[in-house]
Design a protein around this ligand. Structure first.
Ligand code: 5AD
Ligand code: SF4
Length: 474
């Protein structure tokens, strides 16, 4: 018998990409390949690229350089490059790195295996990039393809692809295309299927989830149905929360300008929807927000946040903030510090502005902020955010919280890690082994800016998923 061929997928970037990678892995497994532990052990290596912030080009070509020496030693190795950077750079990738076998984009993940076969049969590099998404559900939405879930108890579900906004710093609309929502019944069906496999936590993914369904309602209206053209995200949250077996629903990301009262009400009234809101601020300066085309002011943002906090007890709030957007002055940045302090975030992803060629802000080279100024601002923001993060965590000491157990902690295998409904990482000691994917209550004993520590009270719901399981601890 011949050994099955093996694949390795390396993912750069966001959850959307991680989810695409799960689907690529699922497609390769459906074609008979098995997972390899590293690129060195694989016959097919897939690089799923990102171009949102990082210097993705350098990373990709660095990795491809390393893979070239591997391929020189093992000519049978096949290399595939997919994702956002592939969508943007297309043929340029094969021109720079002739040893790449397949380049595919964000709109044709479903074609990965066919393209791989085509490259094997012709012995030539194959580049296929589609300008936009094709209409059929299984081709449009990565969630509709086979999956190889990273963990068997939690799953991502794509509810929407693309983005119709035009934030001046952002490359996403260029590489992910226009906003398309997945029909509500399809999302619910997928969540039901996941729940039947033992998944208890789902995260709904989209670039701008609050406008979910507006396009569907518009299409229905144009087809003569008597419906109001409005987003359906609140309805979706309720429907997903109602699926039997689902204990936790998360989502990312909403846009502050589209955060509607109905969504807040659906969060408050659906017990399965976790008390966590990731609400990207980007900047606290109204001038910068206008130049970014964000569609809200700091005051409006804070009002919506206050409304969410008033309606949802114990809501954790996280955000994204960019430091050093072109033309950002000291005063603009002071406003960001003030708004961040007032918002009292649980945690924040803070980014240094990075020009993405092709975006509006990248043209403003004369307004770029000096790197040393940006570095100093970045550090000051980090301190403000960590202060509120630590205060929020300290307020939880002494409480008993429910965690979804993820497994042994990386640094100390005798300690387990889990996440609370507020998405807080908790390290806790347990005398008994607990299967990952179980729910347990933990008494919080101490706090740090980025995690909590605690001790096990009891296992409340043992893991129910079917698949073989990684590990546990005793
Ligand atoms: N530079 C820095 N950060 C960026 N983001 C998006 N584009 C850029 C950029 N060009 C950040 C935003 C967004 C998050 C996903 O990435 O904060 O919310
Ligand atoms: Fe990018 Fe703005 Fe769309 Fe988010 S809402 S993906 S930041 S364009």
């Amino acid at each position: 018998m011949t050994e099955p061929r093996r694949y390795f997928v390396r993912t750069f970037g966001c959850q959307m990409n991680e989810h695409d990678s799960e689907r690529i892995a699922g497609l390769l497994e459906a074609d008979g390949l098995e997972a390899a532990g590293s690129a060195e052990d694989a016959d097919v290596v897939v690089l799923n690229t990102c171009c949102i912030r990082e210097n993705a080009d350098n990373k990709l070509y660095g990795t491809l350089g390393h893979l070239k020496s591997l391929k020189d030693r093992r000519p049978g190795l096949q290399i595939m490059v997919g994702g956002c950077l592939a969508q943007k750079d297309r043929d340029a990738i094969v021109e720079r790195a002739g040893h790449v076998d397949v380049v595919f984009g964000t709109h044709n993940v479903h074609r990965a295996v066919e393209l791989l076969h085509e490259a094997s049969e012709t012995g030539r590099s194959v580049v296929e990039i589609l300008e936009e998404t094709v209409a059929e559900d299984h081709e449009t939405f990565p969630s509709a393809l086979p999956v190889r879930r990273e963990v068997p108890w939690a799953g991502w579900v794509t509810i929407q692809i693309g983005c119709d906004n035009s934030c001046a710093f952002c490359i996403v609309p260029a590489v992910r295309g226009k906003e398309i929502s997945r029909p509500l019944a399809d999302v619910v069906r997928e969540v039901e299927a996941a729940a039947a496999d033992g998944v208890t936590e789902v995260t709904l993914l989209g670039q701008n989830v609050n406008s979910y369904g507006r396009d569907l309602a518009l299409a229905a209206r144009q087809a003569g149905e008597d419906v109001r053209v409005q987003p359906m995200f609140a309805e979706l949250l309720r429907a997903v929360g109602a699926v039997a077996g689902i204990r936790r629903v998360r989502y990312t990301s909403p846009h502050p300008k589209d955060l509607r009262a109905e969504t807040i009400a659906a969060m408050a009234e659906t017990p399965e929807v976790c008390e966590h809101l990731h609400l990207p601020l980007q900047s606290g300066s109204d001038r910068v927000l206008a130049e970014m085309h964000r569609g809200y002011t700091a005051e409006r943002y804070l009002e919506r946040l206050a409304a969410a906090r008033a309606a949802i007890p114990d809501l954790a709030v996280t955000t994204d903030i960019i430091v050093g957007f072109p033309g950002e002055t000291d005063d603009d940045f002071e406003r960001t510090l003030e708004v961040a302090a007032e918002a009292a975030y649980d945690s924040a992803y803070t980014f240094i502005y990075s020009p993405r060629p092709g975006t509006e802000a990248a043209e403003r080279t004369e307004d770029f902020v000096a790197p040393e100024v940006v570095a100093e601002r970045f550090e000051r923001l980090r301190i403000v955010v960590e202060r509120s993060g630590l205060a929020k965590h300290e307020a939880r000491v002494g409480r008993v919280e429910e965690v979804l157990v993820e497994g042994p902690s990386r640094k100390a295998p005798a300690v387990l890690t889990g996440r609370t409904r507020q998405n807080k990482l908790v390290h806790f000691a347990a005398v008994q082994p607990i299967k990952a994917g179980s729910y347990a209550t933990v008494r919080v004993t101490s706090a740090a800016p980025h995690h909590l520590r605690g001790e096990l009270v009891e296992v409340t719901v043992p893991a129910a998923h079917r698949t073989r399981l990684p590990l546990l601890v005793g």
